[in-house]
Design a protein around this ligand. Structure first.
Ligand code: AMP
Length: 284
């Protein structure tokens, strides 16, 4: 695996490989790798001739009071983990390389990026979409690999790719979880031992919601109330949102008649965690 720091060096290498007809797959990340990141890399390596992973902690997607300064960083370990699954290029650009000048142009994400996480984190999805578009232009992959864990991010990026005719296909990979069901996240290391124990309730609550739908409950409001109750009962959590939405458009669903996504964002102490589950509706 080659670790590459500049756009120019990466573009040069990829232009040559592209001219040889090689397919290029791309996994954008912010580093501090865990099994979730690695599952995306493995799939990309399996499905493409060349795998490019980017590692860039993007300031544009952090709010002024968020965790940019203390976001976990461990380049040495990340290099070992990516190299162990045969990634070809790990692209680790500096801030200066990605933002040589303050930006004058941004991707405006519209409603889909301004609800739920977008409402709690103003500007977050504009920052995500803008850096992903820049990275897509640098790497020019055939395929981009994204995690279902960040369901709203998936919806925003898919919509950007559709709206702006970006020539790339999207592969969504399932959420990797710890043995007790907690979705893996670089931010899980912020949790105290008690918060870590309490955080299991997220997955439990989502599974309960899915079960209610499977047993025929169609009233979104009732399901949301039960999920909130379960989360608040046995934990120190404070709920940011619990919502049931359409899978691609993220429009809220009151009466469930087709497949939906249950999405939640919950704070344990100062750590904000998100999770979601896709629920298939049979006998619609
Ligand atoms: P991040 O480094 O948090 O920006 O994540 C980089 C990519 O990994 C994104 O597409 C995430 O959705 C994905 N990802 C993060 N956590 C998980 C997980 N637990 N399972 C699968 N994919 C994940």
């Amino acid at each position: 695996m080659k670790v590459i720091k500049t756009n120019k060096a990466l573009r040069g290498k990829l232009a040559f490989l592209r001219s040889q007809g090689k397919s290029i797959g791309f996994v954008p990340t912010m580093g501090a790798f865990h099994e979730g990141h690695v599952s995306l890399m493995r799939r990309c390596v399996k499905e493409n001739d060349i795998t490019v992973v980017s590692l860039f902690v993007n300031p544009l997607q952090f709010g002024p009071r968020e965790d940019l300064a203390r976001y976990p960083r461990n380049l040495k370990r990340d290099i070992e983990m990516a190299s162990a699954v045969n990634v070809d290029f790990l692209f680790v650009p500096s801030l200066q390389e990605i933002y040589p000048e303050p930006l004058s142009t941004f991707v405006q994400v519209g409603k889909i990026g301004n609800i739920l996480c977008g409402a709690s984190r103003p500007g977050h999805f504009q920052g995500v979409a803008t850096v992903v578009l820049k990275l897509l232009n640098i790497v020019q992959p055939c395929v981009i690999y994204l995690g279902q864990k960040d369901a709203q991010q998936v919806a925003v990026i898919k919509r950007m790719i559709f709206d702006l005719n970006i020539p790339v296909s999207v592969v969504i990979c399932p959420t990797s979880r710890e043995a007790d069901g907690l979705a893996m996240s670089s931010r899980n290391i912020y949790l105290s031992p008690t918060e870590r124990r309490d955080a299991v309730v997220l997955n439990k609550a989502l599974r309960m919601g899915a079960r209610l739908i499977a047993f025929g409950e169609r009233d979104g409001g009732k399901i949301i109330s039960k999920i909130k109750k379960l989360i608040l009962e046995g934990s120190s959590a404070s709920i940011d949102y619990v919502s049931i939405v359409e899978i691609s458009g993220f429009a809220p669903v009151r009466r469930i008649s087709k497949d939906v996504l249950i999405v939640i964002a919950v704070k344990f102490g100062t750590t904000r965690l998100i999770d979601n589950v896709i629920v298939k509706v049979h006998g619609k």
